[in-house]
Design a protein around this ligand. Structure first.
Ligand code: NAD
Length: 356
């Protein structure tokens, strides 16, 4: 593979392949950019069909983390790690400790956190070998940042609805949620409390059933959720779902969900704009979890945490307004905004460092 020509390489600072035969660890740690601080990003464990797919996932997710942290005004860089394997069968305390050692060798350039396939318990095992781990402490949700991610997405949906329909009232708003796991379930709860009408799909039947039972959500098949006639489509499952095949069938005015890397390619940003769909960039609106992790570390008050989350819809509004004014795709606008934020930071830091 010609690594430096990889379409998702995007000038990563460092990419590390880590293995530990004794525990079966095979991991990739991608550090995209540390201009704002140590690269923070979740550790995803997934049975990738091959190593190239694992690498692509790590690269795409880590650059997204750089933009996410910058837009959320966090002093973090962007990174991500992936462990190749099935979390239900291949994960063990020894494997997570080996991951902790791999992270430790990077000397703090990368901070490990949880993601799909890993949780607070795994972080505690890794923390036996390194102090460069977040998400170890229990918060009001037992250490799980997902409810705060859901809150950020919910506030963003309210903002986007106001932008498109000029109302903050969500009663009767039709929202289709793809994926009712950690984030999707909490998002459905907040939308239900606000009076929205919910449609939803999940491949895991118990997750679908509890949302139907608790929120009166109308179940839809996995094949039809993206085609459901609705006001807001909230992807909270997988990446790459917005592409040349799916976009012509989408019947929503707004797309706002937690899933990382929703766009298949950069062209899909333009496809959505041309289809008249207001796309809320995933990395701009799913930062609630990382904001929560940051404030866990500071032991901030609930009020401070709430105020930090409220940055998300304000930033989204700036992105939507700039997209409309420039006639550009919102994903491209959000990346430009994040890159400008990083450049501004470096412009301030470098002269200071030179005069020190
Ligand atoms: P999760 O694994 O708890 O939930 C995902 C749900 O989607 C599962 O219930 C799964 O069965 C379902 N699903 C998978 N494929 C599906 C399909 N094709 N159709 C319908 N349902 C499907 O994950 P999560 O923590 O809720 O995260 C959801 C997404 O949000 C992921 O992309 C994750 O990377 C992203 N994200 C999560 C957080 C967080 O705080 N957890 C933060 C930022 C981004």
């Amino acid at each position: 593979m010609n690594f430096f020509q990889h379409p998702d390489y995007k000038n990563h600072e460092q990419v590390v392949f880590a293995s530990d035969p004794a525990s079966g660890l095979r991991a990739i740690i991608a550090i995209h950019n540390t201009a704002l601080g140590s690269a923070v990003g979740g550790c995803r464990m997934y049975p990738y069909a091959n190593e190239a797919l694992a690498l692509t996932d790590a690269l795409r997710l880590s650059s997204g983390m750089t933009y996410k942290a910058a837009l959320a005004n966090l002093p973090f860089g962007g990174g991500k790690s992936v462990i190749i394997g099935d979390p239900r069968h291949d994960k063990s305390p020894a494997l997570m400790r080996a991951m902790g050692r791999a992270v430790n060798r990077l000397g703090g350039r990368y901070i490990l956190a949880e993601d799909s396939g890993t949780g607070p318990e795994d972080m505690r095992h890794a923390a036996e070998e390194t102090s460069f781990v977040a998400g170890v402490e229990d918060n009001q949700h037992g250490g799980d940042p997902s409810p705060m991610t859901a809150l950020g997405v919910f506030l963003s949906i309210k903002q986007a609805v106001d932008f498109v329909y000029h109302t903050e009232d969500l009663r009767g708003l039709r929202v289709a949620v793809q994926g009712l796991g950690h984030v999707g379930y909490h998002l459905a709860m907040l939308l239900h409390e606000a009076g929205a009408t919910l449609y939803g799909a999940d491949l895991h039947q118990p997750n679908l059933d509890r949302a139907v039972a608790n929120f009166g959500l109308v179940p839809v098949s996995g094949e039809t959720i993206l085609k459901t006639e609705c006001d807001v489509l909230a992807p909270c499952a997988l990446g790459g779902i917005l592409n040349g095949r799916s976009i012509p069938h989408i019947r929503a005015s707004i797309i706002a969900g937690a899933a990382n890397n929703q766009l298949g390619t950069t062209e899909d940003d333009l496809r959505l704009m041309e289809a008249g769909i207001v796309y809320c960039p995933d990395f701009a609106i799913n930062a609630g979890g990382i904001i929560e992790v940051y404030h866990q570390g500071l032991d901030s008050s609930p009020t401070t945490r709430q105020q930090a989350i409220e940055v998300i819809p304000r930033t989204l509004l700036a992105i939507l307004q700039a997209g409309e004014a420039k006639g550009s795709g919102t994903d491209a606008v959000a990346i430009q905004l994040a890159e400008a934020q990083i450049a501004d930071h470096c412009a301030v830091i470098k002269p200071m460092a030179m005069s020190a």
